[in-house]
Design a binder for this molecule. Structure first.
Ligand code: NAD
Length: 415
């Protein structure tokens, strides 16, 4: 098989690698010339894909800026970003551009699969008309399906191969072609009745997480008022072997998916005069969590007799989750911005994030940062840091990740 991947980011590159490792020829198309150059030189820019994985693939994986190179592919998978506009509405610009480019080179019998997360109806209502500008009919002359990506950057226990893959095609034949494609790289492919079911299933997965994270974050705020240790409460509830699923409280939600995806569904719901209050409430609680955390740091400093203004505040971890360097929608950035607004002398240490240009900051040396800090706040708990050592060195520590649960110290405050 020859497979085209449009968009070589966190989703597209691992997928391209999976097909190439399975022995197929892969053409990766990207709008960013630096990514094309990197891939063709065997250099990875995604932490989960080391250079040592790219090198042996050689000619099996080539990157290109030319849509014409997709014409010879049996299947083309679209993995471009689906962010929000500044007014928090779905921004399908990348997707529509990718589809327009593809429509100019689309071939009879080709299979097109959309993997980008989006609202139900996108494949049928938005992709079909653009792809049909090719003069061919979807479901008759070419095949079209939606198959949501379930990648979780930094996770090693589940891979592209071992995570079941959902597929929903425009017609039974489209679904069958998509099933055959993913069976090349996935142990289990789950066939659905339509692209809309597959689109909505992905949103349900992410909204389920968003709602449960909001619930436990709200509980953490209540525990703060009640003087109860939220971590002990969560640990206790999690001993129930059925009917409970553990979610951890924290500084708020980040990444490209969880803070964004619920707005995609809310947009579609509004078109049908439906207002999904539950989903929007979860978004509201999670958006407010970093502000609560900034206020908790302010209170901890206050208890030590220091104002935020002029205090040296060391944020540990700037990315949105541990073990990776992705800062998109990271709550750490909101906490830092809020503390800067209050006049704090904010610094950060993150082994995965060298610079935060919008905040005017670069990662500081850990030992120096701890030695100079009035307070250190653990916002993202990267595994390479020794948090016992952090508590021993800093005069005051606020832990939003529960990684100091086994430590009892007078200078330690936990969410
Ligand atoms: N990152 C995740 O963990 C994750 C998980 C599941 C689903 N998703 C979804 O997958 C989609 C892609 O996310 P991502 O994290 O890989 O994004 P990304 O920003 O890492 O990568 C997208 C790539 O697409 C390229 N691109 C943009 N427009 C293009 C165009 N018209 N033609 C060719 N290339 C183009 C960009 O240069 C970039 O390299 C999104 O819809 C996202 O919601 C992401």
């Amino acid at each position: 098989m020859k497979i085209g991947i449009v968009g070589l980011g966190y989703v597209g590159l691992p997928l391209a690698v999976a097909f190439a490792e399975a022995g197929h020829e892969v053409v990766g198309l990207d709008a960013d010339p630096r990514k094309i150059e990197a891939i063709n030189e065997g250099r990875s820019y995604i932490e989960d894909i080391p250079d040592s994985v790219l090198e042996p693939l050689g000619e099996k994986l080539r990157a290109t800026p030319r849509h014409a190179d997709l014409a010879s592919c049996n299947a083309v998978v679209i993995c471009v970003p689906t962010p929000l506009t500044s007014s928090r509405e779905p921004d399908l610009t990348y997707l529509l551009e990718a589809a327009t480019g593809l429509s100019q080179v689309l071939q009879p019998e080709q299979l097109v699969v959309l993997e980008s997360t989006t609202y139900p109806g996108t494949t049928r209502e938005r992709l079909v008309p653009i792809l049909e500008e090719s003069g061919m009919s979807a479901g008759r002359d070419f095949h079209l399906a939606f198959s949501p990506e379930r990648i979780d950057p930094g996770r090693t226990d589940y891979t592209v191969r071992t995570t079941p893959k959902l597929v929903g095609g425009l017609t039974e034949a489209c679904t069958e072609r998509a099933r055959e494609l993913y069976e090349l790289i996935c142990d289990e492919v789950v066939v659905l009745s339509s692209p809309e079911t597959a689109e909505l299933a992905k949103l349900l997965e992410n909204i389920f997480r968003s709602v449960n994270i909001a619930l436990v974050n709200e509980l953490a705020q209540l525990c703060d008022r009640l003087g109860i240790d939220v971590w002990e409460v969560v640990d206790a509830a999690a001993t129930k072997p059925f009917g409970f699923m553990r979610f951890e409280p924290g500084p708020g939600m980040g990444g490209h998916c969880l803070p964004v995806d619920p707005f995609y569904l809310a947009f579609k719901a509004r078109e049908h005069d439906f207002y999904p209050e539950f989903i929007e409430l979860a978004g509201k609680v999670n958006q407010a969590q970093p502000i609560f955390c900034a206020e908790r740091i302010q209170r901890a400093l206050n208890e030590a007799g220091k104002p935020v203004s002029g205090s040296r505040i060391l944020i540990l971890g700037a990315s949105y989750k541990n073990g990776i360097g992705d800062v998109r929608e990271s709550p750490a950035l909101k906490i830092m911005r809020r503390l800067q607004e209050l006049g704090g002398d904010v610094r950060y240490h993150d082994p995965h994030v060298a610079e935060l240009p919008k905040l005017g900051l670069s990662s500081v040396d850990l030992e120096e940062g701890l030695a100079e800090a009035d307070v250190a706040a653990i916002v993202t708990a990267h595994p390479e840091l020794d948090y016992g050592d952090v508590v021993a060195r800093a005069p005051l520590v606020v832990d939003f990740r529960g990684v100091t649960r086994n430590i009892d110290a007078a200078n330690l405050v936990r969410l």
